[in-house]
Ligand binder design. Structure first.
Ligand SMILES: Nc1ncnc2c1ncn2[C@@H]1O[C@H](COP(=O)(O)OP(=O)(O)OP(=O)(O)O)[C@@H](O)[C@H]1O
Ligand SMILES: [Mg+2]
Length: 217
């Protein structure tokens, strides 16, 4: 299968701190990879570059044949909103709106609201009856299920998950990983999962390590 995501000699600096020092990576469509590395090794930095939340100082990021790293700002925002679903450690739900509205948000931003689709995801995630609650009224596992629905609702090709089980107990974390990997397989998403726990990385087909600003398998 062809490479969906390709990074070539990507470098990222914060001042004179070189976090990424020439990263090469190729990910095939539908592949599920994990990235492991110690705290501060640049895992979130790498994910944010692939997701178009940030840009590299040097090198190239190509997704579906498009050079994302040199897109102008509006096109980069469009790329992020349409092609990427993000799942974070601390859920990052909007605190002042309901579960239903959080899940609906990516569709609202695209102008393609679809209540039936939101309801289908609420059912799929086992969140029936919680639609009108605010995020703070949910358990951690429930909040992460809302975040997973939000990450998938607009049918992005790529799911980027940054320590999605990092703030959950291991049993809830395992259920969340079952849900992410099951849905990814079913809908043929490409998944990049960041974790520092090896039992979580085993959900991936390929494990990549990051150390001293470069990747190795
Ligand atoms: N906006 C920023 N400004 C300055 N330095 C930053 C910024 N973002 C990240 N860094 C630095 O870049 C390095 C890598 O950070 P990053 O968040 O990618 O690490 P990480 O591997 O995700 O760590 P963790 O496992 O703790 O989440 C760290 O040394 C961090 O201090
Ligand atoms: Mg991080």
């Amino acid at each position: 299968m062809e490479d969906m995501i390709k990074l070539e000699k990507v470098e990222k600096y914060y001042g004179d701190h070189k976090v990424l020092r020439g990263v090469d990576l190729a990910v095939k469509r539908g592949e599920f990879i994990s990235i492991m590395g110690s705290s501060g090794s640049g895992k979130s930095t790498l994910l944010n570059l692939i997701g178009g939340m940030d840009r590299p100082e040097k090198g190239k990021i190509v997704v579906d044949g498009e050079t994302v790293s040199s897109l102008p700002d509006e096109k980069l925002t469009l790329y992020r909103r349409t092609r990427i679903g993000f799942i974070f450690q601390f859920f990052n739900l909007l605190p002042n709106i309901t579960v239903f509205e959080n899940i609906s948000m990516p569709l609202l931003l695209q102008g393609t609201e679809n209540d039936e689709k939101v309801i289908a995801y609420i059912n799929r995630m086992g969140l029936q009856g919680k639609e009108e609650l605010a995020p703070y009224q949910l358990s951690g596992g429930e909040q992460q299920r809302v975040a997973i629905a939000r990450a998938l609702i607009h049918d992005p090709g790529i799911i980027l998950a940054d320590e999605p089980t990092g703030s959950l107990d291991s049993e809830t974390g395992g259920k969340i990983m079952d849900l992410i990997s099951g849905l990814a397989e079913e809908t043929r998403k490409t998944v990049i999962l960041v974790t520092h726990e090896s039992y979580i990385s085993e959900y991936a087909q390929r494990i990549i390590r990051i150390k001293d600003g470069i990747l190795s398998e």
